[in-house]
Design a protein around this ligand. Structure first.
Ligand SMILES: [Zn+2]
Length: 413
């Protein structure tokens, strides 16, 4: 039992404690109240000879009531003092509730929060799992041992289920002409091969599943099943045989929903997408990850909750690698405006194939080095290891030539 000696007791404080002390029983004990015998005591804003460690309490219970105060608090956070000298639970809450994303920041063309606006840039960078490090230090001072099982998971977005199969003859001809005009000869020859019965280069599902079971990684797919638009370039919704084939290929894997870009503007589209996937799966869809990682706080997680989604796998950066909430471990989303914790679990990932190749402009050799270092680091602080890949990025073909070894590095240390 861990006793936190404190004169405050708020949902925010309990949220931070619940995450940092996951797996251990704890309770808040007010000043002069009875401390349970044998309890390991943490002083939070209160001094006590019984405490094994003290943390100062800033104006943490109140500062989030106004955005202006949050900016003040953020300013106070910019230096990262030594462990024990800062408001550990306030810092942890700030990261977990994604408070940075409520501030008046700039956004990219998709309206996404930018990684440069993360407070962690002013500490030791985005690649540090601060919450794992702090938990490790806290458990060590309390003389407790980490017992949490780490998770290794491959998550795959399916934006385009097939490159060439399941297209109408008209689309096939138009695609062929387009490839010729763009001098994409590898596409021209592969398209012809597929038309004559060859394998579709995006049909990597069985191979991915087998690789994951060989290295004992969990696997989950996210399927974009939306009306085609500028950013939603998936398979046509009327391609019944194509969708049947895809769902049969995924039948023994876990999969969830990949909400479209367009659906953010028109909620009925989101409902249609989810309904379609539900009927294909024959059961409730509980996991999702936004296409293009397009999301905004607090609207996006609220929409997911309203639609019955229990886990959102979008917690990461589209343009770089690292830990957006300062952790690799799943956590409950805290609705900062409503001041309460929700049932939606946010599942972080370290990086995405497209971020490494397109945004960070790494070649496969450089990406291998980044992955190797990141995995070694996160294993050292007993965090989870998770990335986003696409069914089209693991086939070692066309623009992804040379990237299979990067994928292999992700799977195998
Ligand atoms: Zn996508």
């Amino acid at each position: 039992m861990i006793a936190i000696l404190s004169n405050i007791d708020t949902p925010r404080l309990r949220h931070a404690l619940g995450f940092l002390l996951e797996g251990f029983s704890f309770d808040l004990v007010a000043e002069n109240a009875h401390i349970p015998p044998g309890a390991k005591v943490i002083g939070y804003g209160l001094e006590s000879n019984d405490a094994l460690v003290h943390f100062p309490c800033l104006d943490f219970p109140w500062w989030l009531d106004e955005r202006r105060e949050m900016i003040n608090y953020r300013n106070a956070l910019t230096a990262l003092p030594a462990f024990g000298e800062f408001d550990l639970f306030g810092y942890a809450f700030y990261l977990l509730a994604r408070c940075d994303e409520y501030l008046p920041n700039a956004h990219d063309a998709h309206g996404r929060f930018l990684s440069v606006d993360c407070i962690q840039n002013q500490w030791s960078g985005l690649g540090v799992a601060y919450l794992e490090e702090w938990r490790g230090e806290l458990l060590a001072v309390l003389g407790l041992t980490e017992a949490r099982q780490v998770q290794q998971q491959l998550t795959v977005d399916i934006d385009s289920p097939f490159a060439f199969q399941y297209k109408s003859p008209l689309k096939q001809i138009a695609g062929l002409i387009r490839d010729v005009m763009r001098f994409k000869w590898d596409w021209v020859s592969r398209r012809i091969q597929v038309i004559w019965g060859g394998d579709d280069p995006y049909n990597t599902y069985s191979w991915i599943r087998n690789r994951c079971s060989e290295v004992q990684f969990d696997l989950i797919y996210f399927v974009l099943c939306a009306k085609r638009g500028k950013w939603d370039r998936g398979m046509e919704l009327d391609q019944e045989s194509g969708w049947r084939t895809l769902f049969s290929l995924l039948h023994d894997s876990d999969w969830g929903w990949h909400p479209s870009v367009e659906g953010h503007q028109n909620e009925s589209l989101f409902c249609d997408e989810l309904e379609r996937l539900k009927s294909a799966k024959g059961e409730k869809i509980v996991s999702a990850r936004f296409h293009y990682l397009k999301q905004s706080m607090p609207d996006s997680p609220r929409k997911l909750l309203a639609m019955g989604i229990e886990k959102d796998f979008s917690m990461g950066f589209p343009d770089t690698v690292g830990y957006r909430a300062g952790t690799s471990r799943p956590f409950f989303w805290f609705d900062w405006e409503k001041g309460c914790v929700t049932n939606l679990v946010l599942v972080p990932f370290w990086g995405m194939d497209v971020a490494l190749k397109n945004y960070m402009q790494l070649n496969p050799e450089q990406a291998v080095v980044q992955i190797k270092e990141a995995r070694k680091y996160i294993e050292g602080c007993k965090g989870d290891w998770r990335m986003i890949w696409h069914n089209e990025s693991v086939n070692d073909w066309s623009e992804w030539k040379g990237w299979r070894k990067v994928f292999e590095k992700f799977l195998k240390q």
